[in-house]
Design a protein. Structure first.
Ligand code: MYA
Length: 572
């Protein structure tokens, strides 16, 4: 296991480019099989899946679901020993990318089943649980769901109210409570459920435990919700009334379930990112076809600068998204232990990039884009959920910033202690001094970037210094109150997102340059240039806004709107 996290190091101003260069290659042993699998997925979807009908009828037909199971798509992540295909994180993401580009409801069904529904068993299950459930989950005979969210606990996942009480003989827990918006809820046979196993003591968070619960243990579910998009996926409420769950079905340790939920979501968020790549690529294809075919003023609209600009931005955004997503899955495959910040960044950047692309592709299609006969409006409706589920982008920005700042924050406390206790604290202080000295000698270097990318690498280095500097300043200024400073958190998170994106494209384009030389890698170089120059502007804006902003005014405006109950003005 590699303990260092690329992004968490970056918050200290340290560029651990050894972790991300060379850009990870797909495992050669897997690539052949992956090609075969992707071909059969494309063929199956072309022959059997009517995306428009699924959307209209809000239902995936049983025979289609069975066909997907027969293809092995329900067991992609289950190791061979338990009857699955046992793909790496990279190969799994690549298959999810393909499915998401073909039909969104099935992508969500598959993602809810294996990215999160059964992931807890894969990561934390005992050998008995794995043997008992994984073979059936791999074939799809048993479908899984992930039950965390509750009416009063969405973003604040630790606030769940569902309770689990241990029986007097210590053999089972009794679950009571309910969950909402559970994907696959209507037909799942197995639920990964999170419940409190201790009351909330004053000021302290309640202990949460994760359970594997079979529907047959007494789980009830509500009807399918009517949704804006991904309408063929099943989303329901889930109820537990005195549901008895044997102690063997606890995932991980009693009281450590919050960590189980978070680790599962660290994986799940990459499913959203890879799914976003799939749909983004499909939309670019549709937009390019439209730009070539549709004529205005006697020319194909693709010849106009404003259409070219949209296509170029779609291309650069997708390139950055693809680069960061497969860089992160590569980190997982090479046993990097902590990729929580990276995966949250991929989810936020992926969902927002796709949202821009779906909007721009609809704009290029114009009137046609707005009509139900064409797929643009369905893609737009399907894509919208990505900004919400698996952690809203707002809470994930807070997570990215606060999680990244934890290291530097701890260091400041340690330094304060070291000054108070010079003898005991000497070790801590010298460690801190070494790191400071490293950055004081000048900025840290991205030494492994190809020289052709020197300008872009310098942008990365300079803004890494700015990130570390502004994090340090914010921590000194706000101390613990940083937890309340969401405007600052957003700026920090946005810088982290852009820096991770730049690092990813630098790594990937460096590989292209090394493999194909400057002319051979021309496309990647140009995409990198365009992406980095746009990112540089955003970074500069964020840095300036740490000092000069109208945060307080905005808060005051919102407070007045709350008081007024909305917008109070009129022109009459
Ligand atoms: S599933 C539901 C999704 N729900 C969420 O994502 C909830 C979001 N909220 C949170 O994540 C947490 O509540 C936050 C923490 C982050 C806000 N990795 O005091 P804390 C540790 C590892 O900060 P809180 C769905 O939508 C932390 O270090 N550890 O906690 C599926 C600390 O540890 P320690 C983590 O303030 C839909 C402890 O936890 C992480 O309560 C279907 C407490 O931390 C982490 N990430 O809030 C999807 N975070 O005590 C289908 C925290 O040791 C997808 N910790 O210091 C299919 C895709 C298809 C796409 C199709 C595309 C077209």
């Amino acid at each position: 296991m590699i303990e260092q996290s690329f992004m968490k190091s970056l918050f200290h101003g340290v560029i651990a480019d050894n972790l991300i260069v060379p850009y990870p290659e797909p495992l050669p042993a897997e690539t052949n099989n992956l090609h075969i699998m992707l071909d059969s997925v494309r063929k199956y979807f072309a022959q059997n899946v009517d995306a428009q009908k699924i959307d209209r009828e809000a239902l995936v037909p049983d025979d289609v679901l069975q066909g997907i199971k027969d293809l092995g798509l329900f067991g992609l992540l289950v190791p061979n020993d338990y009857g699955g295909i046992g793909l790496s994180a990279t190969a799994y993401a690549r298959v999810m990318q393909e499915v998401s580009g073909l039909e969104g409801s099935l992508a969500v069904t598959l993602g809810a089943h294996q990215s999160i529904g059964m992931k807890g068993i894969l990561l934390f299950g005992s050998e008995e649980l794995k043997k008992k459930y994984l073979p059936k989950l791999a074939t799809g005979e048993c479908v899984a769901a992930f039950a965390l969210t509750e009416p009063s606990a969405g973003s604040d996942a630790a606030a769940i109210q569902t309770r689990a009480e241990l029986s007097d003989d210590g053999r089972y827990f009794t679950l009571n409570g309910s969950k909402i918006w559970i994907s696959n809820g209507g037909f799942a046979d197995l639920f990964t459920v999170f419940a409190r196993t201790s009351p909330a003591e004053h000021g302290a968070k309640p202990r949460i435990t994760a359970f594997v619960v079979e529907r047959g243990m007494g789980v009830r579910t509500g009807p399918n919700e009517h949704k804006l998009g991904i309408r063929g996926s099943s989303t329901t409420e889930v109820y537990f009334e005195d549901v008895k769950v044997p102690i063997e079905n606890v995932l991980g340790e009693v009281g450590r379930g919050f960590k189980v939920a978070m680790e599962v979501l660290n994986n799940g968020r990459l499913g959203v990112a890879s799914g976003s790549i799939g749909l983004a690529k499909r939309l670019i294809k549709l937009s390019v076809e439209r730009a070539r075919e549709r004529k205005a003023f006697g020319r194909p609209i693709g010849e106009f600068g404003l259409i070219k600009d949209k296509i170029a931005q779609m291309m650069a955004g997708t390139f950055a998204l693809e680069s960061m997503t497969y860089l992160t899955t590569g980190l997982i495959d090479s046993n990097v232990a902590d990729y929580s910040v990276e995966s949250a960044i991929c989810k936020v950047y992926g969902s927002e990039t796709l949202w821009k692309i779906v909007n721009e592709s609809l704009q290029i299609a114009a009137g046609v884009g707005y009509m139900q006969e064409y797929s643009y409006e369905r893609h737009l409706r399907d894509a919208r959920i990505n900004l919400i589920f698996e952690g809203t982008n707002e809470i994930l920005r807070c997570f990215i910033a606060l999680s990244g700042m934890q290291g530097p924050g701890r260091q400041l406390v340690e330094v304060a202690r070291a000054m108070r206790e010079p003898i005991k604290g000497f070790g801590l202080l010298s460690d801190f001094a070494i790191r400071k000295a490293r950055t004081a000698l000048g900025r840290e270097r991205f030494t492994r970037a190809h020289p052709v990318l020197n300008r872009e690498a310098v942008v990365f280095e300079e803004y890494t210094v700015e990130l570390a500097k502004n994090v340090d300043k914010a921590l000194r200024k706000f101390g613990k109150d940083i937890a309340e400073m969401q405007y600052t958190q957003k700026r920090v998170a946005d810088m982290a997102i852009d820096l991770f994106a730049i690092a990813s494209v630098l790594s990937r384009t460096t590989r292209a340059l090394e493999q194909r030389g400057e002319e051979g890698a021309r496309r990647e170089i140009d995409l990198t240039t365009v992406f980095v120059s746009a990112a540089e502007k955003r970074l500069a804006d964020n840095v300036a806004a740490f000092e000069k902003n109208d945060d307080e005014l905005r808060k005051a405006i919102a407070d007045r709107a709350y008081n007024d109950g909305g917008y109070p003005f009129d022109i009459i």
